[in-house]
Design a protein around this ligand. Structure first.
Ligand SMILES: [Fe+2]
Ligand SMILES: [Fe+2]
Length: 195
């Protein structure tokens, strides 16, 4: 079992990956470059021929991860604008947008498609969702807040730091995931009572 390998990929591999991702042009060139390298590394370390084949989750296998990630990016950018304008938060797009675009970077590595369903890979059974992605992002030199927010974003994470970036990711992700669940005929999270 291999967790992942960092791969820059060729220009022919990087360009289509960059074209799939929302709002890359809103971040600094060096950060944009690292976001694309993270996606190429995850994709090339996975069994998927095409990144668009990666599913959002085992219970929403028809919804693509890339569509989900772009949903989360758009939601999070809108929420960040409200937090800035209405509540006075200072939010750096070079931290926000990588968090939104990379929060599920490990899903190509932890989910595999069989003939009729989506199952966990051996890597997915060995390392929690979020933690594996954070390892990859740490290796690529992302800011600590990007690494720690991705590491703790999963629903079953033991805790989350109290940061505005974590708060934005949580709500952007939940809103987008519920959309994917509704589209997939699965009961969305917002209809479940928690506490
Ligand atoms: Fe996630
Ligand atoms: Fe997500």
């Amino acid at each position: 079992m291999s967790l992942y390998k960092i791969r820059r990929g060729t220009a022919e591999e990087r360009q289509p990956v960059a074209a799939l991702l929302h709002s890359l042009d809103a971040i600094a060139p060096s950060v944009r470059d690292a976001v694309v390298t993270a996606w190429v590394s995850s994709w090339k370390s996975s069994a998927y021929q095409d990144l668009r084949q990666v599913p959002h989750s085992p219970i929403s296998p028809g919804y693509s991860l890339i569509d989900h990630v772009n949903d989360v990016a758009r939601n999070g950018i809108d929420l960040a604008e409200r937090a800035r304008l209405d509540w006075g938060y200072r939010i750096d797009d070079d931290e926000l947008i990588p968090i939104l675009l990379l929060h599920d970077i490990d899903k190509p590595l932890i989910y595999a498609r069989t003939d009729d369903r989506v199952i966990s890979t051996p890597v997915g059974k060995a390392v929690p969702h979020g933690v594996l992605g954070a390892m990859l992002l740490q290796e690529l030199g992302f800011a600590d807040i990007v690494v720690t927010t991705v590491a703790t974003h999963a629903n079953d994470a033991p805790f989350r730091g109290e940061t505005i970036l974590g708060q934005i990711l949580h709500h952007a992700d939940a809103f987008a995931s519920d959309h994917a669940f509704v589209r997939s005929g699965v009961r969305p999270g917002f209809t479940r009572r928690t506490l």
